[in-house]
Design a protein around this ligand. Structure first.
Ligand code: GDP
Ligand code: MG
Length: 706
């Protein structure tokens, strides 16, 4: 059928397309000079840039600079515009006669992905191989003639910012030729090709599609997981039944339908580059590339990631103890001073047991929070975080999300609120929602004081695995539990509530650099201000209210412990105890959980206040909070209230429960409804309850309850 009717195109309208930062705008400027017009595409805030292009024979054409895009299936508003115009689906802009596909020679494989999608269309194409200077510096050499032969379209090497290759590019555009049906250069596994071919036939038969669109539709129907549901109304039932069978067959053969096309394209790109690109060995490999060979390695990369986290938590425990002890002593001496100078009475109790105990319990953890932010800042600033996202992408795509979704999760190690804000870069609304729903499962800095208090009090200081201590390992486990749960829930939500395809992952890794100590320190400073302000307002307020509720109504002639039982807090505690008893929690823990619904650190201040009141007139009142918790005996059973298992159960509960009103408020703002925050509150609380229950029961079975 190949009558190769190659004919000259009448070039009136030309579009530049390419990945972000490949040099499109620079080429555009070089090609058009200053004759440009900048406007907006109708209805969206995406910039539309057009200019006049004059050829050697003085004929003219209009040149359009399209928004950057990595692929033709992208869905962010910018990328969608580029795709729509290119495929002739935009009614606001005419379809280009010639497409100039700009390829960044220094990352040619990634850039050829888009090129391969464009070449599938029968549009006249010219490839501008830009940034050849950058490529050369990196030791990458491209054989332009060979590339031309492999791609089947003209290729012009350019250095846009130096004006090199611009006239040749103009000439190629002017001489662009129409492309008739060539054989598609890439191919999928035989079975997929066969089914795709059948589907193309059926689509042409039932729906009178031309070959190009039939192939498009066939690919979508075969590879997109929700194709059957989404296109139910568009296709004949016979056709859909056929697709259903195809899916079953492919699934049975173990072929990953979602990635088969992407892999086939990359297979082809590899073979093209094998012929046309030579990469000078090691000498030209930049330091970043060398580091990335290790840090983004399939196995080592993951080992290093977990190792780094372990090291961080180990350091948080060892280094932070010195300043923490100092802060603890400072608060003690303030307490003693108040004790000496003030007459005994409610006011003194309020100051010491209410205000001071609560605030001290929380502020003691400032050094650990600072260390956490020091390390997060260093990882971010050196460029390692992007690698972490890259490593995690393999896991993320298993749960049906984009590697981009890991960035909000990384931010959530600091706080879920910036995490939720960071989801704004995710194109798919469903994926964005899934990411927002699960990000708060990642352990934020507000949980650190809760973990740190319980670990210091109840986890023995044994060493395991050489340098790693049992406390550090416990802390690492809590952080990993949060991460694993976030991924599992994302997988579940993607399978059920918010179904959708896993998007293609392309991410640029910025070069490594030495961290700027100034910006890291600045961030730590901002954090400590926030933390201290919080301690002076919310924590102080809650502690004072709690003191009143734990002190009144007064009963005469009883011990402080009995008095606490008779107080409002004691009564409320007894009310909720049946609900939390199955988790191994006593009523004081229950009060802690209720009080910290506002925010998680309140648990620690609540323990501080309650235990100080309970022990206020015996010797143990001067003991540390950890000691008081260890000494607490349940009057009914005569057994300790706290065991290592109780501590672990409380931590597990705090890993999973939604104990943060600010996060819910932000989610409400971002989703513009109360539906999702309420759902999040509900599912996280239920998850926390069930998992804690299981951990407690299993722990008891294994004899850890003593
Ligand atoms: P766009 O996002 O595709 O529009 O990319 P830009 O045109 O904004 O270019 C991104 C950056 O690459 C700018 O700083 C340009 O100056 C630079 N640039 C563009 N082309 C070349 C090139 O061929 N060589 C080098 N060294 N830099 C280039
Ligand atoms: Mg640009």
């Amino acid at each position: 059928m190949t009558f190769e009717t190659v004919k000259q195109v009448r070039v009136r309208y030309v579009a530049l397309i390419g990945n972000p930062n490949c040099g499109k705008t620079t080429l555009f400027n070089a090609l058009t000079g200053l004759r440009q017009k900048v406007g907006n595409y109708p209805g969206v805030t995406v910039e539309k840039k057009e200019g006049r292009l004059t050829f050697a024979d003085n004929s003219e054409a209009t040149l359009l600079d399209l928004p950057g895009t990595y692929s033709l299936n992208a869905t962010s508003p910018d990328e969608k515009i580029a795709t729509d115009i290119l495929l002739g689906r935009a009614d606001h802009t005419q379809t280009p006669d010639v497409v100039v596909c700009v390829v960044d020679a220094s990352s040619i494989e990634r850039n050829l992905y888009l090129a391969s999608q464009i070449l599938d269309r029968q549009i006249p194409v010219v490839v501008a191989l830009n940034m050849i200077d950058v490529a050369e510096e990196a030791g990458i050499e491209v054989d332009v003639k060979m590339l031309e032969r492999e791609l089947g379209v003209p290729v012009v090497a350019t250095i846009a910012n130096k004006g090199i290759g611009i006239n040749e590019l103009k000439e190629s555009i002017a001489n662009a030729q129409s492309r008739t049906a060539q054989k598609r250069p890439w191919s999928m596994p035989a079975l997929v090709e066969e089914e795709c071919g059948e589907l193309v036939g059926l689509l042409q038969q039932y729906h009178k599609l031309n070959e190009n669109s039939a192939f498009d539709e066939a690919l979508t129907l075969l590879t997109s997981p929700e194709a059957l549901e989404e296109h139910r109304d568009r296709f004949a039932p016979e056709l859909l039944a056929h697709v259903q069978k195809d899916h079953e067959r492919l699934d049975f053969m173990g072929i990953d339908r979602q990635s088969v096309v992407v892999e086939a394209r990359y297979e082809w790109i590899k073979s093209v580059c094998g012929k046309a690109v030579t990469q000078a060995q090691t000498s030209a490999l930049s330091t970043s590339d060398k580091l990335d060979r290790v840090f983004t390695h399939r196995i080592w990369g993951f080992v290093i990631f977990v190792g780094l986290m372990a090291l961080i938590f180990q350091t948080i425990f060892t280094w932070a103890t010195v300043p923490m002890d100092l802060i603890g002593e400072g608060f003690d001496s303030i307490g003693n001073h108040i004790h000496e100078v003030m007459p005994a009475g409610d006011l003194r109790d309020l100051l010491i047991n209410g205000g001071l105990a609560g605030v001290a319990a929380v502020v003691t953890f400032l050094p650990q929070i600072l260390f956490l932010f020091l390390f997060l800042g260093l990882l971010e600033d050196t460029g390692y975080m992007a690698r972490a996202a890259f490593i995690m992408d393999r896991l993320m795509s298993k749960v049906g999300l984009h590697g981009k979704s890991f960035i909000p999760m990384l931010s959530s190690f600091a706080c879920a609120i910036p995490g939720i804000m960071a989801t704004r870069t995710i194109e798919s609304p469903k994926d964005r929602l899934v990411t927002m729903l699960v990000s708060p499962l990642v352990s934020c800095s507000a949980r650190l004081p809760v973990y740190a208090l319980l670990i210091a009090a109840f986890i023995p200081h044994d060493h395991v695995l050489g340098f790693l201590s049992l406390p550090a390992l416990t802390l690492l486990s809590m952080y990993l539990l949060g991460l694993v749960m976030a991924l599992s829930m994302a997988w579940l939500f993607k399978k059920t509530l918010l179904r959708g395809a896993a998007p293609l992952f392309i991410m640029e890794l910025p070069p490594y650099k030495l961290p700027s100590l100034k910006s890291v320190l600045l961030q730590m400073w901002e954090r400590s201000k926030l933390f201290l302000k919080n301690a002076g307002t919310i924590i102080l307020g809650v502690s004072i209210i709690l003191w009143f509720l734990a002190t009144y109504p007064r009963v005469e002639g009883v011990t402080p412990a009995e008095q606490l039982q008779h107080s409002f807090v004691g009564k409320a505690g007894q009310l909720i105890e049946p609900v939390i008893k199955p988790l191994g929690f006593d009523w004081k823990i229950g009060i802690g959980i209720i009080a910290s619904l506002l925010q998680r650190e309140v648990f620690v201040s609540t323990m501080g206040t309650i235990y100080n009141i309970q022990n206020s007139d015996d010797e143990s009142g001067s003991l540390s909070l950890q000691q008081q918790m260890r000494n607490d005996i349940d009057p009914e059973t005569g057994l300790p209230v706290w065991t290592a298992l109780t501590a672990i159960c409380v931590m597990v509960y705090y890993v999973l429960a939604m104990q943060c009103m600010s996060t819910l408020a932000v989610l409400k703002r971002e989703t513009n409804s109360w539906k999702w925050p309420l759902f999040q509150l509900g599912y996280m609380t239920a998850l926390a309850y069930v998992v804690t229950f299981v951990v407690y029961r299993v722990g008891l079975l294994w004899g850890f309850g003593v």
